[in-house]
Design a protein around this ligand. Structure first.
Ligand code: BGC
Length: 456
């Protein structure tokens, strides 16, 4: 498939840019791996560590809380210490967290190390897109930043496969949680080899270094003029020096924060992680049997990766808005299909494939739309001086909404039935589509500095 993204990457011939984007995106792999691994590991942890129901829930949920704290702390350190060092720290903390989990001797210890892991995951979840967006040229920024979402989905798939492969091995859950130390170490060491972002350097008043980095990044790139790019960054910097934090909530930056927050919450409120966490349960309830349900869960994971690749290829060609809106319409259709399926006993008795088709449509639609577009947009719409703080706020909202949906899915299913839950998510998808059409700006191909002037 020859698309703008592939052509542009080839013609710029810039291996450095691809290499550093891939390294930065390993943060996404850690995020995804953890999302996918815990439900499988929990089955064994339960009996091995004698964890009661409260402890089991805490083992899963404490990571989400840790991620919220991680995002909060890294808003500060990403500005103070740099994006690069924040990611080195995040990778190192992840190694300690993963090994700590693997060697836990009781549920309390495991809960403590899962919190530590959460700090790292929350940090990586937004500093990866932040870093990549600040080094990318506008023409390919959508695809490069979405390497991060591709890494998330790959991490989820790897986790499904690891869970499957390690069944029957002694101490399986310790291996499942411990192997994540390897990508953590690759992230920490890999980030030592990449440059600071030119935008962060300029923010620190280190213009000469910013120019050197930009020259390396734009080598062989005839379409970008380093002097112009640097001038835009410096002008934006000057303007932003006068911006106060409070303006995010009251002043001219409020509309951007609203867009970021709605995207953050909508991304979770359509129920994506109920599918990621509960796909085997949903599928085995369709009468498929456990083995088939597990195999089809892998199909959900593969679909997620494949459609994320499609998004990487299309985001810089079709734009963010069209993928976001079309993807969310697809989500809506899938949710209605799942709702109808679970309300009809005839369908459930004779047409089990409808549930699988609904789940695959759901995940494919998420993967081309809300999945990548949320993380991409929040790395684009905020001005440099506020970028890390505003991204952290949106990230906290995203993890908070994730926590809320995960905690309520099963009890909501009991209260209003499973079809009721899918119809509820469908109603939220309708509201999301309306908001996106009305308020979300198109950011394709524009320099970060230009977007900020337009949106403000
Ligand atoms: C979301 C995660 C989700 C994943 C699924 C990410 O963009 O933030 O909550 O598990 O996509 O692919």
């Amino acid at each position: 498939m020859s698309t703008t993204f592939v052509k542009e990457m080839r013609s710029s011939g810039n291996g450095l840019l691809v290499r550093i984007s891939v390294i930065a995106a390993i943060g996404g792999l850690l995020f995804g791996y953890d999302t996918g691994v815990i439900s499988g590991a929990l089955l064994f942890i339960k009996s091995d560590l004698n964890a009661n129901t409260f402890e089991q829930q805490a083992i899963v949920a404490v990571l989400l809380l840790g991620a919220m704290f991680g995002a909060l702390i890294s808003a500060y350190i990403a500005d103070k210490l740099s994006r690069k060092w924040t990611k080195v720290i995040s990778g190192s903390v992840y190694v300690i967290g993963a090994l700590g989990c693997a060697f836990s001797v009781n549920a309390e210890m495991l809960i403590g190390f899962r919190f530590l892991l959460g700090l790292s995951v929350g940090t990586a979840s937004f500093v990866a897109p932040l870093y990549i967006s600040e080094v990318s040229p506008p023409r390919v920024r959508g695809g490069l930043v979405s390497f991060n979402q591709l890494a998330i989905t790959t991490g989820i798939l790897v986790a499904y496969i690891v869970n499957f492969a390690l069944k029957g091995v002694t101490d399986e859950w310790r291996w499942m949680l411990g192997v994540a130390a390897i990508p953590g170490a690759v992230l920490a060491v890999g980030m030592l080899t990449v440059p600071h972002t030119p935008r962060w350097l300029a923010m620190q008043g280190r213009e000469d270094e910013a120019r050197d980095v930009l020259e390396d990044l734009r080598e062989n790139d005839d379409d970008t003029d380093v002097d112009d790019e640097l001038k835009d960054i410096e002008e934006e910097n000057e303007r932003e020096k006068k911006t106060r934090f409070g303006e995010l909530f009251t002043g001219r930056l409020r509309p951007m924060l609203l867009v970021g927050l709605v995207l953050a919450i909508a991304q979770q409120f359509v129920g994506v992680n109920t599918v990621i966490y509960y796909a085997p349960t949903i599928l085995s309830d369709t009468g498929l049997g456990n083995a088939a349900a597990l195999a089809q869960t892998v199909a959900v994971g593969v679909t997620n990766v494949v459609f994320t690749i499609i998004a990487v290829l299309l985001l810089d060609r079709l734009g963010r808005r069209v993928l976001l809106i079309t993807g969310t319409i697809g989500l809506l259709v899938a949710l209605v299909v799942l709702g109808i399926y679970f309300s009809s006993t005839t369908l459930q008795d004779s047409y089990g494939w409808v549930a699988l088709a609904g789940l695959l449509l759901f995940i494919a639609s998420f993967a081309v739309g809300l999945g990548p577009v949320f993380w991409l947009m929040i790395s684009e719409i905020f001005p440099i001086g506020m970028r890390s703080k505003a991204m952290a706020i949106c990230t906290i909202a995203n993890w908070g909404a994730n926590f809320l949906v995960a905690q309520t899915f099963l009890s909501l299913s009991n209260a209003i039935s499973r079809e009721g839950v899918f119809f509820l998510y469908a109603a939220l998808a309708v509201l999301s589509i309306a908001f996106f059409s009305w308020k979300v700006p198109e950011t394709k191909g524009k320099p970060l500095e230009e977007i900020q002037q337009e949106v403000a």
